[in-house]
Design a protein around this ligand. Structure first.
Ligand code: ATP
Ligand code: FE
Length: 339
């Protein structure tokens, strides 16, 4: 079964082809246009998707060696995401489904991030995959959730963020330090040279398995404002220590609830997904917790952490097998609650 996947929820236009779960191609066109604004500008994003979508799909099919009429089904991100961006992918997918007379599968972007673990990669075809049920820490630019995954398409969110997401905390604190968007990967890189215990920032106290990151962001802002008032070069001088301490705090917040959830649900299959799962500090912490608590841990390859269409294609593949098809009246949904 050959599935073409399309992802256009934010600022990456991506198309991927998988055959029976194995990745044949995964093309991602990132949009540089947003960097100078310090964040994604929705209108610019949808215009760029409109320009990118046809060449990106074309390249993905060529790289896979698959002709359009060899595609058995097309999967597309329905949401959550930016409405104008989603609309480009969804409209393209509908057109393709009509032209090739193939089934259309709608995919929840967050479910896609989690199911990225089931994509078989050509350079590591025997990589172990999570066994059901497993817990997945889903940490991305817009979400921070702990998800109980019972089956491919049977998931329950047991905790989420009540304000900012972990990726947002990285990006907003990076912005406070004057770093360009997205700041997460830059903080990760600079943190390697710094002392994670150099500074301390506020940690939230929210109940259950929920997260909160806005207090940390505010504490970081006020801390820097006071220090910079005394020494205008404070940030420059202490950048590595600031990054390391901030990253350590975010990782600690994430890990505390994950450990708690694993205990309460008595689950030792633990996965992490989403853009922030690229973070080296978080990866190390998951591996260390795995050794400490006897977990089997699953960390996605870097290429499948941030937005990509391979994760959309694999989710579509499981929907195809269950004949869960979408109608041509399917409309994109900006919020997860509307999916
Ligand atoms: P969502 O999936 O919730 O809709 P999104 O698609 O925008 O949000 P992703 O593409 O999954 O999010 O992830 C992007 C986020 O991951 C950004 O906030 C980015 O800063 C963060 N990120 C990427 N790499 C790293 C890293 N190495 N360390 C920390 N954060 C990172
Ligand atoms: Fe995402």
């Amino acid at each position: 079964i050959t599935i073409l996947g399309i992802e256009s929820s934010c600022d990456d236009t991506s198309a991927a082809v998988i055959r029976d779960g194995a990745l044949l191609s995964n093309v991602i066109a990132s949009q540089a246009v947003h960097a100078e604004y310090g964040g994604v500008i929705p209108e610019l994003a949808s215009r760029a998707h409109g320009q990118n979508i046809v060449p990106v799909v074309d390249l993905a099919l060529k790289k896979a060696g698959v002709a359009p009429d060899e595609v058995d089904g097309i999967a597309v991100t329905r949401g959550p995401g930016l409405l104008g961006s989603l609309l480009v992918g969804v409209s393209f997918a509908k057109g393709f489904a009509i032209a090739q007379d193939t089934p259309l599968m709608e995919v929840n972007h967050l479910q896609g991030h989690i199911l990225a673990h089931f994509v078989t990669l050509p350079d590591n075809p025997d990589a172990p995959k999570p066994g059901f049920p497993f817990l997945c820490l889903l940490v991305s630019g817009g979400n921070s959730q702990i998800v109980l995954v019972r089956d491919y398409l049977d998931m329950e969110i047991i905790g989420g963020t009540i304000d900012d997401a972990a990726g947002e905390a990285f990006d907003k604190c990076a912005k406070i330090m004057g770093l360009p968007y997205p700041g997460g990967p830059l903080i990760d890189r600079m943190a390697r040279e710094g002392d994670p215990k150099a500074f301390r920032f506020a940690k939230p106290s929210v109940g259950g398995f929920d997260y909160s990151f806005s207090g940390l962001k505010t504490s970081f802002l006020y801390f820097l404002r006071d220090r910079v008032a005394d020494d205008p070069d404070f940030i420059e001088k202490h950048k590595a220590d600031l990054c390391a301490s901030l990253q350590a705090t975010i990782v600690e917040i994430l890990m505390n609830k994950l450990v708690k959830a694993a205990k309460q649900y008595d689950i030792a299959e633990i996965a992490v997904a989403g853009g922030v799962s690229a973070n080296s500090g978080l990866r190390d912490a998951i591996l260390a917790a795995g050794r400490k608590y006897g977990w089997t841990t699953y960390i996605p390859p870097l290429s499948l952490t941030t937005d990509n269409a391979a994760m959309i294609a694999i989710t579509g593949y499981y929907k195809y097998l269950r004949e869960e098809f979408a109608g041509l009246d399917m409309a994109p949904a900006a919020r997860a609650a509307d999916l």
